[in-house]
Design a protein around this ligand. Sequence first.
Ligand code: FE2
Length: 387
Amino acid sequence: MLPQTATTPVPTPVAHEDFMPLNGIDHIELYVGNAAQAAYFYTHAFGFRPVAYAGLETGLRDRTSQVLVQGRIRLVLTGTLVADTDVSRHHARHGDGVRVIALSVPDVDHAYTEAVARGARGVHEPFEIADDHGRVRQATIATYGDTLHTFVDRSDYDGPFLPGFAGVGETGAADGANGTGAADGDLLLAIDHVVGNVELGRMEEWVSFYEDVFGMVEMVHFSDEAISTEYSALMSKVVASGDGRIKFPINEPAEGKRRSQIDEYLQFYEGPGAQHLAVATRDIVGTVAELRRRGVGFLGIPDAYYDDVVARVPAVADQLDDLRRQGLLVDHDDEGYLLQIFTRPVGDRPTVFFEIIERHGARGFGEGNFKALFEAIEREQDLRGNL
Ligand code: FE2
């Protein structure tokens, strides 16, 4: 029996002491098995535009990176050129996955010093790189698993991505790379949240990490009872920056009759890591129709899901046929509603996937959909022999 879940109020995050000002997510870097083909997938299927490139032609000898933008989202796809690099080792262990969640900060040195003083493990002390376009200061700390946070200050830089990267194409690389807003035709506008999966019993530790190191505050708490199905379950807490611009839900597996989807992730990612990137759109019906046309695969939802949608969220009554046709999920809280859908895993392993989300006031994460969603995930888990 599943308890009622949908309407846990979301408190407004208040930062009492902003020792770690964050402008937002600067970029997400994925280490992948084949950056050229991954770039083809993210441009042709997801609608990103290539803006910058680094590799042999720019003087790199051991790796290559393709930088793609859409709206204010910047994705970096990095592959290895030789056998033994941190890229090849990361890929061998994890498959395609998120290596860096880079955060734009006003002061890299301050951010790094504060983070390390507050318990983060330093990976790269502050350093500056420069080219004809200006200079960028960066530093890196570790978070869950092999995932990193890089602090970036690009306020003195107007190149396509970072010093050392060459611009690509004729599409106004600087505009896109500087995140000056959505071009006409962008399907996806911004990163809404990035979810991390951590081991059983480690969620609290990582929530405390984001509270202690970044001054983030916990937004929502759902117990395993709130988001379990007959078979599998998870626990989830969300930490957010004071202004709510950065939201990091953290999941851990919970006991169920069968194996949790988080366990499946942890097994095939071989450890903790980023589970999904949620990207915001203003027209989810049109966006998902277009993504489907371009070949993006989404989790299917049983038709019965739509039987009580209008009763739960009357505001979507006019859209019900479109929502059903596109398989969109609907949830609400005291402040509004949201529409969302989840892709199938984007790589070979049942690990990383994307969420498309359109918010109308609601500040939750679709908890009211977890039962329908988990049942859909579990049908696919069962097909993989992992339930
Ligand atoms: Fe999400």
